[in-house]
Design a protein around this ligand. Sequence first.
Ligand SMILES: NC(=O)c1ccc[n+]([C@@H]2O[C@H](COP(=O)([O-])OP(=O)(O)OC[C@H]3O[C@@H](n4cnc5c(N)ncnc54)[C@H](OP(=O)(O)O)[C@@H]3O)[C@@H](O)[C@H]2O)c1
Length: 325
Amino acid sequence: MEGRRGRAARSGDGADGPRGVTFAGRANKRHMTNIAACSAAEAPTLPPPVLAVLGHPVAHSLSPVMHEAGFAATGRPGRYIALDVPSARLPAAVAGMVALGFAGCNLTVSLKEIGCALATRRSAEAARTGSANTLVFRAGEIYADTTDGRGLLRSLREETAWDPRGRRVLLLGAGGAARAIAAALLGAGAGAVLVTNRTPARAERLAADLGGGIGTVAWGGAPLDAALRMTDLVVNCTTLGMHGQGCPLRPEALDLLPRDAVVCDIVYVPEQTPLLAAARAQGRVGVGGLGMLAWQAALAWEVWFGEEGPADVLLAAARRSLPRI
Ligand SMILES: NC(=O)c1ccc[n+]([C@@H]2O[C@H](COP(=O)([O-])OP(=O)(O)OC[C@H]3O[C@@H](n4cnc5c(N)ncnc54)[C@H](OP(=O)(O)O)[C@@H]3O)[C@@H](O)[C@H]2O)c1
């Protein structure tokens, strides 16, 4: 597998696609050649499913290396590329992928909501959150699902045996990831989900959109301190901590958590964020975002292929490709 990855890394740094759509990430030229080959006379009758991650930006995405490693390890035929698609071009890009015979795609930064709106059918979770990270193109339909929230729950279960039923959760942040996680936690039986956000109106919108079971609390001060004292799981869903910059909670605030509370950070670059480092320094259980990343990918296989992807393989591939900070 290393040899395969090495060849892919050497094969090109990106190639221009149709206007507004840039082929990006590793192994671009190899993949483009491969897609072209699917329509060539010598192409197999049934070409391998071709999938992609769409985003803007997308060059940082670890999805191509994860899924390609999964295909190599399991022998499942498949190709996976990264496509840089600005949100205004997503409808045209999806129509083009359907016409070309792509099996589906993942959606990342800035495309999850518009991608969900484009779908002709949605899972209950996608419909509830208005966000999709996985699309399937089949039988004239565009089906949307979101595996982000389930991915986080699965990584918590696998890494800590944490059971959400009846637990009190505090989410830091109210963006797309927080929405998916809040919905998944409630769906899995969490007792209470509180959301705090730098911009309070966004937390209130999240609570209103997702319906009952979600409360909001101020971003700091005595109300947040009181919430921390009653929290079983705190999840950082902000961008604070990316590239080691910033921390959503002061160490004194972490002190307020019950002794057995779990601290989770969905930011995964670096693998140990400042929040996780502070929590672990206090002897707490800390769960990083790389497991969620691998599990949301493994669960996307279930949506595309009807069976989970090899999460351990996907995780190892992501870890090997993490940017060094
Ligand atoms: N591990 C995984 O699989 C996974 C999956 C999805 C996302 N993520 C990570 O999760 C993070 C959030 O993603 P997203 O898609 O939810 O992003 P998003 O929709 O853009 O939301 C960003 C959130 O971060 C907050 N924020 C940004 N800068 C801040 C600051 N300086 N101080 C306080 N809060 C700040 C925003 O608050 P305001 O509303 O006040 O701006 C908002 O709540 C990203 O780092 C992403 O990489 C990880």
